[in-house]
Design a protein around this ligand. Structure first.
Ligand code: HSE
Length: 402
């Protein structure tokens, strides 16, 4: 019998408990031993809950219990979650987490402890919810080199953008629905400002570079400036708008990492990844391109990834299965030097100004009176920003093209 503890009885924690209960027989067959939840750590009590008797408030009970070999840290944050994870790993107990903030900030250190103590720090659920992208990079593609990743990594923002595109929904209403469905972070700013996506691409960039990518240094733009007017132009051009996370490892070992809304053709492999779904497109030296898709947020999809990590730990006792990355800081390239084409939405009547400022720009016709749209030729971000600054309040919005 393998006894585990779940730290945090919120959306994901209750999903992990439900999954382990519902799939109990299957887990026992596959792990060769029954997986039993012995403790649930939370600050709150849960009177009437079927697992009420397992709820404890003192982490020390879990840490000092020799029967506990695996913990699921699904509490979030980098305070208590960091302390508890470190203490558990130092005691030789494996930790499986959905906490992307913690993995992005302290992954190198926690993986090093797990390696030293011959246990595991597992974080499949931290990136793209239920999609097995971490395990794929860590083991299925262990003989290959992943050179680049482009992904839709946040379910909340993808849900909001889909509602805006397909139903003309108001941004606030769509966010409220995503929160009600349990997709959003406690502070939705982390979703809509792109910070959650930034942490996730930082983790993938750690894995790709083998070094530590500081999530606070990832160039990040959120979706708060995207409007239904932008979608009208995207639609007219056969395109859509998605919040993309991108990473490319360059020949000198540095990485180009970026999070921003992009306009992309609807027939692009990420163009019809809608609602809470996430999609991850990777480019490998040998495999070439591969595409992963599935639910990127929500109780059971996320629990599925956490429980898969629990199974990996249960099936490989005394073995560290996750490759670590170094705590040396990865060099990030300056995104201002990146070349892109841009969609530009400007005030009605400013077509001549735009044509003069951006030689070779192409109009996008959306039959709107309030504004006009253009695609610029490819140019460096730095150059684009300088020209836009010169145009002042003529520019209503700008979105990069894939
Ligand atoms: N808020 C996150 C999202 C949860 O919407 O994708 C899953 O990481």
């Amino acid at each position: 019998m393998i006894k585990i503890a779940v730290l945090g009885y919120g959306t994901v924690g209750s999903g992990v408990v439900e999954l382990i209960e519902r799939n109990n027989t299957l887990l026992k067959e596959r792990a060769g031993e029954e997986i039993v939840i012995k403790y649930i750590l939370d600050l709150r009590d849960f009177p009437g809950d079927p697992y009420e008797d397992k709820v404890v408030h003192d982490f020390g009970m879990i840490l000092t219990d020799p029967e506990i070999s695996i913990l699921c840290e699904v509490m979030g944050g980098v305070g208590a979650a960091y302390r508890f994870t470190k203490q558990a790993l130092e005691a030789g107990k494996s930790v499986c987490t959905s906490n992307k903030e913690l993995v992005a900030k302290h992954g190198a250190e926690l993986l090093a402890i797990a390696g030293r103590m011959r246990c595991n720090y597992m974080f499949e659920a931290s990136v793209a919810g239920g999609i097995p992208i971490i395990r794929s990079i860590n083991s299925a593609l262990v003989a290959d080199r992943v050179e680049a990743v482009t992904g839709i990594l946040n379910g909340t923002t993808n849900y909001i953008l889909t509602k805006m595109e397909q139903e003309g929904a108001d941004y606030g209403d769509a966010l409220k629905q995503a929160q009600e469905l349990g997709y959003a972070e406690r502070n939705p700013e982390a979703d809509v400002e792109g910070l959650d996506t930034g942490r996730k691409i930082a983790i993938l960039a750690d894995m790709l570079t083998g070094k530590s990518v500081d999530p606070d240094k990832v160039a990040t733009e959120g979706i708060t400036k995207i409007t239904t007017a932008d979608f009208a132009y995207a639609r007219a051009a056969g395109m859509t708008i998605k919040l993309l996370a991108r990473c490319r490892v360059l020949e000198d070992g540095s990485a180009w990492v970026m999070v921003a809304p992009y306009m992309l053709p609807t027939e692009h492999s990420l163009g019809r990844v809608d609602d809470v779904f996430n999609g991850v497109q990777i480019t490998c030296t040998m495999l070439g391109e591969a595409m992963f898709g599935g639910k990127g947020a929500g109780k059971l999809p996320t629990a599925s990834a956490v429980a898969a990590d629990v199974m990996d730990c249960a099936m490989h006792p005394g073995r560290t299965v996750m490759r670590a990355w170094s705590d040396e800081e990865a060099k990030l390239t300056d995104t201002a030097q990146t070349e892109s084409r841009f969609f530009l939405r400007v005030k009605a009547g400013s077509a001549d100004t735009v044509r003069k400022a951006f030689a070779g720009s192409v109009p996008v016709t959306a039959e709107r009176e309030e504004d006009e749209g253009f695609f610029t030729p490819a140019m460096k971000e730095k150059e684009f920003r300088a020209i836009c600054a010169g145009l002042g309040d003529v520019v209503l919005n700008r979105i990069r093209l894939v």
